[in-house]
Ligand binder design. Sequence first.
Ligand code: PLP
Length: 356
Amino acid sequence: MMQEIQFVRAQTLKAKPQDESKLGFGRIFTDHMFTMRYDRENGWHDAKVEPYRALSLEPSCMVLHYGQAIFEGLKCYRREDGGLQLFRPRDNFERMNTSAERLSIPTFDVEDAMAGLLKLLEIEKDWAPSQRDTSLYIRPFIIATDPFVGVRASNTYLFCIILSPVGAYYANGLAPVGIYVEDQYVRAVRGGLGFAKTAANYAASLKAGEIAHQNGYAQVLWLDGVELKYVEEVGSMNIMFVLDGKIVTPALNGSILSGITRKSILQLAADDGFEVEERRIAIEEVVRAAEEGRLQEAFGTGTAAVVSPVGELCWNGKKIILSGGKIGPVTQRLYDELTGIQWGREEDRFGWVLKL
Ligand SMILES: *Cc1c(COP(=O)(O)O)cnc(C)c1O
């Protein structure tokens, strides 16, 4: 551990949400946050749990101009016995270092970040809601902070973790969503930032998202950035198909985010006896399989929504209804198994859970 983590207590504490059925997602923030700073002389240092408050940045702050910003998303779950637990948290910080590396941001010691997170959670534990499907969402991020206009990597950075009590990501819970297959805009290309969890990928995605919304679709399914031919991923989720009874998902190719939910679902499915394939999947193959009745289900995977059934795909004006627009049995089963482990209702047979 680099040093002690200082604690500066908030002068006044906020009222916690009364009605846990109305938390929504990402709108309420707790009393404290974890921060540490980077400069060339000291490396990562000045670790603190301090009051959640507005950051003070100069208008010349580099992140505002050149976009060196990375983030993570994970959850703290309350078990039925009242205790709290995390799901594969070190994997998030390791992935954050992968993102950091790509954006020329200095990497950090995963154990320093873990120590900061655990201390923050210890202080904020009463903010973790207990109603079914709720959790305390954890958002670590790093931004470039040099006051400088000119293109280069920043020499100083802020690492921050904030917390938000959340309900289910989609207001109506585990309900099938309609997905618009984007055939004009692209999210990422090989050699670009696709595998990094960075603000820029989301900036690139907003326009297509708006068009999908206008057409009544909840999310965009991205195709590859070169030929617009192969399936990549959905907004903030990886995508999986139940095709000829197998679980098939795009292989990690450099332009897809390596989801922790994705790899957990693949492992669960294989353990359940499903055949699992990670490979290139052409959108034409998906459409043909659907027309021939060989595509049973599709679902997205990601921390926020966990497992999200796809009820409809729209590509090139063609509308494909999946599993009768309902939640398919494989999707439901994998959702139940994963959420069972995450909320501690089922045995943690893979050693994924960290009890606090
Ligand atoms: C975060 C994210 C995912 C899901 O990753 P998880 O680790 O499962 O939460 C998928 N795609 C993109 C683009 C993401 O940013």
